[in-house]
Ligand binder design. Structure first.
Ligand SMILES: [Mg+2]
Length: 224
């Protein structure tokens, strides 16, 4: 792939095979975008399949650092809930924040992959620091106005590519939305809790009880 194209392109992060596509490719560390990569822009949830994927990936030994252009408190709350380090206000594609994220988790270039939903910020940012980049389709069509404008530019570079896994039009399955509350206050392993069938009910109850705090999660106007 070229500098302006992802090294792999997937329909969503849960379509990435942790063993084959990440560990098998020699990656042990992941720089991870938040908005519309793991967190829906419309309802601010981590869909159930993605929560399960994150739990599985961590159990498999992958080390993550969230790297987001978002600078609002919501992303820090999210990072705390899912127990991952974060570099916010990253100004991707500029390199400093990505390098800082790598430093936080002791990552080396050769064993690190960036996963995100934007070509301009995530893919080019990764390539600027010499890291491979996996692009995923945005979870939902809703996004910030300037991000939507950038997506028009993206199409000039990757409009011909088909993602692995499914179509970008597939979106978030209703079942995943309904069962995947991530803003579970006080549950540091929130993604694991949501991923566990036994915990899904309690997680949902916690979500229902979270009320305004959940609504505040990642409400923002940044680019990520
Ligand atoms: Mg994003």
């Amino acid at each position: 792939m070229s500098f302006f194209a992802p090294d792999r392109y997937f329909s969503r992060i849960s379509a990435i095979d942790v063993q084959k596509d990440i560990l098998g490719a020699g990656f042990t560390h992941v720089l991870l975008d938040i908005d519309n990569t793991i967190l829906t822009r419309d309802t601010h949830e981590i869909p159930r399949d993605i929560g399960f994927w994150l739990g599985h990936a961590r159990d498999a030994g992958l080390r993550f650092c969230l790297v987001s252009n978002n600078w609002h408190q919501g992303v820090h709350d999210l990072a705390r809930r899912i127990d991952l380090p974060i570099v916010s206000h990253a100004m991707k594609p500029l390199p400093p924040a990505l390098l800082r994220g790598m430093g936080k988790v002791g990552a080396r270039r050769a064993s690190t992959v960036m996963i995100g939903d934007q070509l301009i910020t995530d893919v080019i940012g990764a390539h600027l620091v010499g890291v491979k980049a996996y692009l995923v389709c945005p979870l939902v069509k809703q996004d910030l106005r300037h991000t939507l404008l950038l997506r028009n530019l993206e199409r000039a570079f990757i409009g011909h590519l088909q993602p692995e896994g499914a179509s970008c039009e597939a979106g978030v399955p209703e079942a995943a939305r309904a069962a995947a509350p991530t803003g579970v206050p006080g549950v540091s392993g929130g993604v694991k809790a949501a991923a566990s069938p036994g915990a899904a009910g309690s997680a949902k109850a916690a979500h229902a009880a979270s009320g305004p705090r959940e609504e505040a999660l990642c409400g923002n106007d940044s680019t990520s």
